[in-house]
Design a protein around this ligand. Structure first.
Ligand code: UDP
Length: 328
């Protein structure tokens, strides 16, 4: 297949590009490099640096070959920033996605796999989360992703688009052997921040609350390995049916608490990793983990990584080799 990957220089996108190239697909990465890293892009893919809102450039790319589908990752993804600057998120994640869909319609490209999120559920009534639970995001980031799902569903009805939204939980780890990994600036995600303590770049890890209604009082999340995310994206673009929209939870089905993640990092790194409990972070639901049975049933996917230790270890290999991310 010939596939355009928007945001293919980002953390999850770059892993999916590797999986596509390994499977023999032709890939064009379309990325602004505002958040992404040129170094993360597979040599086998063609990189086009540009903004998704640039319809002229999109026409040029879509017109350069006959494409079978799009994987759409390009988006801003900082929850806190989405609260303070919602219009930036609506503009970047929703308006520019509409431009992309318009270009797809006009160039006859009818397949898309969309990078959605478990944030579309907000605070779920219970866990594990199934796809039929209420869609009620609690921040602008989640709302922009849900708005995009609605657009995909409406386009499937209106002009035969085939769309799959993958609602992933906490993307984590690095695919050992591909020499790519997580590099956000600023970094706020739990696993890389914990590993920065092990690398001596931070003094301690701040635990955002230990008085939640969870087994050890700290928040529980479902850390799904980025290599497993890559494999489901590849499968989804190969299997997506025209004229239909489907949304799937993509997680391991297991929850790990903040304390369990820190303990896994202590084991893997051999570092004491001092921790201090501080106030809760605003907007953190106590527990989020997936029921991945639907994606397993419909697309035959199941994660290779389910143990948090192995996921943290793969991250540690990346962070040790690249203590300052792609800068070295
Ligand atoms: N967390 C924490 N300290 C940190 C970063 C994160 O205690 O320095 C907690 C956070 O409150 C959440 C979990 O770790 O419960 C995962 O947070 P992350 O930002 O990695 O992902 P999120 O679940 O917010 O998408």
């Amino acid at each position: 297949m010939r596939v355009i990957v928007t945001g293919g220089a980002g953390y999850v996108g770059s892993h999916c590009v590797r999986a596509l190239c390994d499977a023999g697909h032709d890939v064009v990465v379309f990325d602004s490099l505002v958040k992404g890293h040129r170094e993360a892009v597979d040599d086998r893919a063609r990189l086009v640096v540009g903004d998704l809102g640039d319809r002229v450039l999109l026409d040029e790319v879509f017109g350069s070959a006959s494409f079978d589908g799009v994987m759409h990752f390009a988006a801003f993804a900082e929850v806190g920033e989405s609260v303070t600057d919602p219009l930036l998120y609506y503009e970047n994640n929703v308006v520019k996605s509409a431009v992309l869909l318009e270009a797809m319609r006009e160039h006859g490209v009818r397949r898309i796999v969309f990078s959605s999120t478990c944030a579309v559920y907000g605070v779920p009534p219970s866990v594990p989360i199934t796809e039929d639970m209420p869609l009620d995001p609690i921040n602008p980031y989640g709302r922009t992703k849900l708005a995009m799902e609605w657009m995909l569903s409406d386009c499937a009805n209106a002009w035969g688009l085939g769309a799959i939204a993958l609602r992933y939980f906490n993307a984590a780890g690095a695919y050992v052997g591909w020499a790519i990994g997580e590099d956000h600036d600023p970094e706020s995600h739990l696993i890389p921040v914990v590993l920065q303590v092990a690398l001596g770049q931070r003094e301690k890890i701040m635990i955002f609350g230990d008085d939640y209604d969870t087994p050890d009082g700290t928040c529980v999340r479902d850390y799904v390995h980025v290599g497993d995310l890559a494999s489901i994206h590849k499968t989804a673009i190969e299997k997506v049916a025209l004229g239909a929209f489907g949304a799937y939870n993509v997680g391991t089905g297991r929850g790990s608490s903040v304390n369990e993640v820190i303990d896994a990092a202590r084991k893997v790194t051999g570092h004491a990793i001092p921790a201090e409990v501080v106030a809760r972070r605003v907007g953190d639901p106590p527990a989020l983990f997936a029921d991945p049975s639907l994606v397993s049933r419909d697309l035959g996917w199941s994660p290779k990584y389910v143990e948090i230790d192995a996921t943290v270890e793969s991250s540690w290999i990346w962070h040790q080799a690249h203590p300052h991310g792609y800068k070295g």
